[in-house]
Design a binder for this molecule. Structure first.
Ligand SMILES: *Cc1c(COP(=O)(O)O)cnc(C)c1O
Length: 359
């Protein structure tokens, strides 16, 4: 068996030891004679798996009892509608910050349900910057402020938390669990699982309990956070196997020393790659230095006619999924928690070799 290095933006790499444990437990979980996939979500086994996963996540992120932790479906994209449906009320308005493709999608969806005030946008820099907070034009009656702490496509990340009076709502799909986080500053945090949590099919929502029950009458039950919280994420059949795998990932993070330890490794990985890109005259990253993402590193080659050869050679070297998003082109290396430092070293070796042959 050869495992390649996977730089996919999502669904992304999972820790090898987690996959091995899941393999070992797949057919017969803990001597119960069946797979987690085959168990009733109401069984004590699955309820226990959910409780343990939630408890480990609460420990990792220091989530207090003031917050509900929800394991949902539909991806982060469904939360683009759930956020306004839960928080806007009839005729309400909300502030959004536009820093890239994912912000734009959240804004477009928010507009279906109420008034959206785009408080700031970095579109004029082609999304290579983050507008400083003192330039934001906040609405006076905003029900919440929505922003995207890490733009997965543009590779732009906030290393500061906005200070606003309205509840802060964050799409953390591609940054959650990459470093410590002060959850108490947020009203709502949500994330699709397939970047830094587990397999696709699971969506994590962390919501301050005082924000539950503000839905407008037209909110579908499946999108109502209060119904999910009141039913321990089991209002309908939840993605049981994905939650089981996420729980294994949470245990893996704990065993590696938690989020402070992950931050140290993640910073080292990103600094190595940005450092190499900046030192080379052949590769380039367009993002302003203070806002460069630790998780998603887009880069271009000196001549885009070489892109195909770069990707083909990378595949051959076992370095997978480096193609940039179709909307921006070029390359993108995603360096989530489960991407080992050795993968970054191998990528830089390949990049150096490719430059020597083509530069
Ligand atoms: C991947 C991603 C999404 C979309 O997630 P889905 O689970 O596919 O809906 C939304 N926002 C960000 C920041 C992402 O990285």
């Amino acid at each position: 068996m050869t495992r390649c290095y996977n730089f996919c933006a999502g669904p992304a790499a999972l820790p090898e030891s987690v996959l091995e444990q899941a393999r070992d437990e797949m057919i017969d979980w803990h001597g119960k004679g069946l797979s987690v996939m085959e168990m009733s979500h109401r069984s004590p086994e699955v309820v226990g798996i959910f409780e343990t996963a939630e408890a480990t996540l609460r420990e990792l992120l220091g989530i207090s009892d003031d917050y509900a932790v929800l394991f949902l479906q539909g991806g982060a994209s469904t939360q683009f509608s759930a956020v306004p449906l839960n928080l806007l009320g009839e005729g309400g308005s909300a502030d959004y910050v536009n820093t890239g493709q994912w912000s734009k999608k959240a804004i477009a969806e928010g507009k279906r349900f109420g008034k959206v005030n785009v408080a700031a946008s970095s579109e004029d820099t082609n999304f290579s910057t983050i507008p400083p907070q003192d330039t934001w034009q906040l609405g006076s009656d905003a029900a919440y402020l929505h922003y995207t702490p890490n733009e997965t496509i543009g590779g732009v990340e906030y290393f500061w938390t906005p200070e606003v009076s309205a509840p802060l709502v964050a799409d953390m799909s591609s940054t959650i669990l990459s470093r410590p986080l002060d959850v108490s500053k947020f009203g709502v945090i949500y994330a699709g699982a397939q970047k830094n949590i587990g397999p696709a099919g699971l969506t994590l929502v962390i919501v301050r309990r005082d924000l539950l029950g503000r839905t407008s009458g037209s909110c579908p039950a499946m999108l109502d956070w209060k119904i999910a919280a009141d039913n321990e994420s089991m209002y309908n059949t939840p993605p049981t196997y994905a939650v089981y795998l996420a729980g294994l990932v949470f245990e893996w993070l704990k065993a590696r020393g938690g989020l402070a330890a992950m931050e140290t490794v993640n910073r080292r990985k990103a600094e190595k790659l940005y450092g190499y890109i900046d030192a080379s005259g052949f590769y380039a990253n367009p993002v302003e230095v203070p806002s460069r993402s630790l998780m998603n590193v887009p880069f271009t080659l000196a001549d885009e006619a070489l892109d195909k050869a770069f990707l083909a050679g990378a595949d051959e070297a076992g370095l997978l999924n480096l193609k940039g998003h179709r909307s921006v082109g070029g390359m993108r290396a995603s360096l989530y928690n489960a991407v080992p430092e050795a993968a970054v070293d191998a990528l830089i070796d390949y990049m150096r070799d490719f430059e020597a042959r083509n530069g």
